[in-house]
Design a protein around this ligand. Structure first.
Ligand SMILES: [Zn+2]
Length: 79
């Protein structure tokens, strides 16, 4: 018989989390969290890439990350 998660011992709970980390629901949850984080940083004017520097006005990235992204874009275009 399957136990409810609330009835698991701490050891069983750890095993449960380990097993379910890569399930579909787990992935969706982590994606949602990422999106929430992105909006939080965006709203607070902090770079959404490195989460450390302040974003440039009107941008979601700081100067360094914007430059990095732009260079990546440029490199891809060359191909
Ligand atoms: Zn940055």
């Amino acid at each position: 018989m399957k136990k409810k998660t609330s009835e698991l011992t701490p050891e069983e709970w750890q095993e449960y989390r380990r097993v379910h980390r890569y399930t579909r629901l787990g992935r969706i949850r982590s994606l949602q969290k990422k999106r929430e984080e992105y909006h939080w940083y965006k709203e607070h004017g902090i770079c959404t890439e490195c989460h450390h520097a302040r974003a440039k006005p009107g941008y979601t990235l700081c100067e360094a990350c914007a430059k990095r992204k732009w260079q990546r874009k440029k490199a891809r275009k060359k191909k």
